[in-house]
Design a protein around this ligand. Structure first.
Ligand code: NG1
Ligand code: ZN
Length: 544
């Protein structure tokens, strides 16, 4: 390890002294002005991780749905997964080491993780469309080369595309070709094959309006649409040519405000969807004949997907174990529907896709979605092989079902939640089942809910247990929340520190919107009082 070169180059990416940042739910996120040293150091860390795992590691520069002024970075592990938790700690330590401590910290990590420094390192880099991202990806590359690592810069990519590239490269191309073209071809082929089997449905069923959050999704969908146009035509809005990234649009805006994005014309009963800023989340929605807006979130996507998969499994007579993984943010109605009507086992993990992803890997087929629309379905290797073999052997309806399953496996991004891949899966299922958005929405009725944010002096004062559904500290807060919940029907509420923003998040649901709003407000007040709220006391009617 040439520590001289590392230190010398680090001076060009100097850490503002005293600045402390943490590797959170999705890597580092902060105002772009605070991040250059983090980028350089994540380049360094990626080299160590690559040497240790003897694999290609990914570094993605993005802050997803955060405002344009923010940015962020996360590392992608060999199978396209989120970075292992022990390395998140290394990331935080490395990020917070003052300039003179940097070499010692690097040596410490290498020793603790038994990194063979003679090993080659290869890092792939991708970035979103933020103004600061290009320069930041250069800082990452500076870090990679300072430690003697080799790299490939993919330039502009959606986050899930970079996960896909990492997975392809570490499976010797078995999963697919590690190029943007390879990604388009693999997904589009599976989609077109699938939709060919749909009985002819009217044109309106095959047109979809997509709000791209003024982000990278617009560029990539524009490039990709020619590959799948046989099965679907997409109309792009908020494509980045006029509006600001994530501003009054995108999946996060639509989900948290429960209203349509600006910049999209919606006629009644038109099927619409929104991506977030780095295209790893998707939510659907429509207006009914009375002009009322209806949101179809990640929970309903998980329900649609798992019911489709279960039907096909019944058809081919295979009894694979299918599980659905959610977080505490899943709407209570969705959990009830999955368990009681669909008879699917449902598990709850902590927020953050790495938790859901790992849980989903325990099943033959694991479907996981956060309510905000981030998710995918995972198929074990054995199941994939079996289904692909049945697709060749079986005939008639069974053969048709097995072929559909084989294509669905190829269409889902097995490395990460992916708005483009999920969109194509959903469109294929709706076409095959002949369902409109309204019919899909009618599977169950969401319980009214509200999310709020509370500012506190130090969000670490709140700790949680039971997959974040119960508060452990500060003392007394859980009792207050439990008492408040008892005052409403069909109610539930919980609070947790955000991993991507400096706030406490509050969630409440109840039998009516007014009650969900009121419960969320009362819980916010309790958080403000018992967990060291700062600034103005929460006022009712505020939307998080
Ligand atoms: P935090 O800020 O930790 O709540 C948010 C989302 C997560 C996840 C991450 C990463 C909610 C309530 N939280 O995390 O689900 O998607 O961002 O983007 O939606
Ligand atoms: Zn995202």
């Amino acid at each position: 390890m040439d520590l001289g070169a590392v230190t010398q180059r680090s001076a060009l990416h100097a850490k503002p002294s005293g600045l402390v940042l943490q590797y959170g739910t999705a890597g580092f996120r902060a105002h772009a002005g605070h991040l250059d040293h983090i980028m350089y150091r994540m380049g360094l860390l990626a080299v160590l991780r690559s040497k240790q795992t003897k694999s290609t590691i990914g570094v993605m520069v993005t802050a997803s749905h955060n405002p344009e002024e923010d940015n962020g970075v996360k590392l992608i592990d060999p199978l396209g997964e989120m970075l292992a938790p022990s390395w998140e700690e290394h990331a935080t330590r490395l990020a917070n080491a003052e300039e003179q401590e940097l070499p010692r910290e690097l040596v410490g990590i290498s020793e603790r993780e038994a990194v063979d420094l003679q090993q080659d390192a290869f890092v792939v880099v991708g970035r979103d469309t933020r103004a600061s991202s290009e320069k930041f990806s250069q800082s990452v590359i500076d870090g990679v080369t300072a430690l003697g690592g080799l790299f490939h810069d993919y330039g502009l990519l959606t986050t899930p595309q970079l996960h896909y590239m990492v997975y392809c490269r570490n499976t010797g191309g078995q999963y697919g070709k590690a190029t943007v073209e390879g990604y388009y071809q693999k997904l589009s082929k599976a989609f077109v094959e699938l939709t060919k089997q749909a009985s002819c449905s009217g044109d309106e069923h095959r047109t979809l309006k997509v709000d791209c959050a003024n982000g990278i999704g617009a560029l990539k969908l524009k490039e990709m649409q020619q590959y799948f146009s046989q099965g679907l035509s997409v109309q792009l809005f908020n494509d980045g040519t006029k509006g600001k990234l994530n501003h009054l649009c995108g999946a996060d805006f639509v989900k948290s405000h429960q209203k349509p994005p600006e910049g999209m014309e919606m006629k009644s009963n038109e099927r619409c969807c929104s991506f977030d800023g780095d295209a790893d989340r998707i939510v659907y929605y429509y207006r009914d004949a009375d002009g009322q807006f209806h949101l179809i979130d990640g929970d309903k996507i998980a329900t649609l997907v798992s019911s489709f998969l279960k039907d096909l499994l019944v058809e081919i007579g295979e009894n694979f174990n299918v599980g659905v993984v959610q977080t505490a943010y899943a709407n209570g109605s969705s959990t009830r529907y999955l368990q009681e009507v669909m008879k699917v086992p449902v598990y709850c993990t902590k927020t953050g896709v790495k938790h859901l992803h790992h849980k989903a890997q325990e099943f033959d087929i694991g479907v996981y979605f956060e309510a905000n629309g981030h998710g995918t379905a995972l198929f074990s290797k054995a199941v994939e092989m079996k289904i692909k073999q049945l697709a060749k052997e079986l005939e008639d309806n069974k053969g048709k079902a097995a072929k559909m399953l084989a294509n669905v496996i190829d269409l889902f991004n097995q490395a990460a939640g992916d708005a483009i891949s999920d969109m194509l899966v959903i469109e294929a299922i709706l076409a095959l089942k002949g369902l409109t958005a309204q019919q899909w929405d009618a599977l169950y009725r969401d319980l009214p809910n509200r999310q709020l944010k509370v500012k506190v002096a130090d969000r670490r004062v709140i700790s949680t247990t039971d997959a974040e559904r119960q508060v452990l500290t500060p003392p007394g807060l859980q009792e207050v929340i439990s008492d408040l919940v008892k005052q409403y029907r069909l109610s539930r509420a919980f609070v947790r520190p955000s991993g991507t923003e400096d706030v406490i998040r509050v969630y409440a649901e109840a039998d009516s919107q007014a009650n969900a709003d009121s419960l969320a407000h009362e819980v916010s007040l309790a958080v403000f009082q018992l967990a060291g709220g700062t600034g103005e006391r929460p006022t009712s009617g505020l939307c998080g």
